[in-house]
Design a protein around this ligand. Structure first.
Ligand SMILES: [Zn+2]
Length: 143
């Protein structure tokens, strides 16, 4: 029995919990936090499980963030210096569903044809699709 009823009321108030029960904290913040245990992998990375969404997550280096282990994180892509790829993203989840090397497509028209092929194959133009194709070189080319 607290002396102030307002405080009790406030404690029971959980914003969003009624309308969107499935969304975890990391859905909003894009920041995953490892639960207690984490394993050091042979390649120097760490793996663990997110305490909020309970998905497997992985991290590189001491100051690196934690990323979903079942996809490449979008912000990680900007650091990658490898070949050129088309990435198939699920924008609702920031997960890379697939990665297609396009280094062998040496003309813009071949690239366009390949993009169209992938768009159709994955139903990107279907209503409600959360998938998106991104070119790993796009940022550098457009800006
Ligand atoms: Zn999480």
């Amino acid at each position: 029995m607290g002396s102030c009823a307002c405080v009790d009321e406030w404690d029971d108030f959980k914003p969003g919990s009624l309308t969107m029960p499935a969304l975890t904290q990391c859905w909003y913040t894009r920041t995953h936090v490892p639960a207690g245990r984490r394993h050091k992998e042979a390649d120097g990375s760490y793996s663990g499980e997110c305490r909020y969404c309970h998905k497997p997550i992985t991290s590189w280096g001491k100051d690196g963030g934690w990323y979903l282990a079942d996809g490449f994180n979008v912000s990680k892509l900007r650091d990658s210096t490898g070949g050129r790829y088309l990435y198939l993203l699920d924008v609702s989840d920031d997960i890379i569903v697939a990665r297609y090397p396009i280094d062998h497509l040496d003309t813009p028209s071949k690239l366009r044809a390949y993009r169209d092929e992938l768009r159709v194959a994955h139903g990107l133009d279907q209503p409600g699709s959360t998938l998106e194709l991104r070119d790993s070189n796009q940022g550098a080319k457009l800006h």
